[in-house]
Design a protein around this ligand. Sequence first.
Ligand code: PHE
Length: 369
Amino acid sequence: MDPNELADRALDEIAAAADEATLEAVRARYLGRKDGELTRALRGLKDLSPERRAAEGAAANEAKARVDGAISERRAALRAASLERDLGGSREDLSLPPRTVRLGRLHPISRTIREITGIFATMGFESVEGPEVEWDYYNFEALNIPPDHPARDKFSTLWIENTAEVALARTADGGSGGSAPAPAASRPMLLRTHTSPMQIRVMEQRRPPVRVLVPGRCYRFEATDATHETVFFQTEGLAIDEQLSMADLKGVLYSAARQLFGGARKVRFRPDYFPFTEPSAEMAFDCIVCDGSGTTDEGNCRTCGATGWIEWLGCGMVHPKALERVGYDSTRYQGFAFGGGVERIAMLLTGTPDIRLFHENDLRYLESV
Ligand code: PHE
């Protein structure tokens, strides 16, 4: 039969179908995969000559589309009518469960920063923030790390092309097309490798006594592993006053450690070297994965690199040269500074064995901690 006539007949039956079951039966009769009448007509096209196939094929497909469309429309109408009946004519279905309210939450790193700043706030440290794009001067030079200082090797740096300065140099050139713009090397710019530049910035702005805590993002051009990321957070502490000593530094840090970790966690305090503190020290806590043993059931502990310790922070008494540079009288004022990793604390507080889990942004993980 001509596909168009088939479709007309189908449309009548569709319009007459009083419920979804009848409608489904009509659909099967015309469009059923095996022997729907229209399906068969379409299948028959392949036996026709190419010219006839083109003409009749178009008509048959159009007929099929009409039937498809009519069925969808009728189905929607039947559903709406049946819903209307179920609701007894009322407009709201009070038995429907309410939509769940999806509450957001803080990222574990933000939670940890709040926890740390909260603890230091109780000891009088005000939270301040500073720039992530920094001058070489603050990141290194003013911290007693001149260009050829070996300590620079510790901080694999991501440098930034100082576009403002390049543009300035171009303008100064007057567009004469002469020499190339002066390199920005005169004032190199970088992504800060630690939060310590804020020691200098804060001291430039304030007179003692100073007590600040600086949380913020840092960047290092390094391979990642369980405890290292190229982008990570630190919190920097700085206290300057007239009678501060290493004992104050240790007291503040031990108190913070007890509040953060509880009494059971072991911490280790031992000498270290930084060009901007003298004397310097580092603090570590025992590994949260292997409990300080350095090994797990699977062999060497990957989280602490089999050392049993996770380095937390570097610290020390602010170097007199740094004090003098900002115009403080180093015979009158002393102070201490410390700068530590945030993710490592977050790992400990949430039982996360690998720092990279924080940045993968897999919500299944982030919601579980
Ligand atoms: N900024 C140092 C680092 O990232 C740590 C540090 C901070 C050391 C403050 C001493 C004083 O390694």
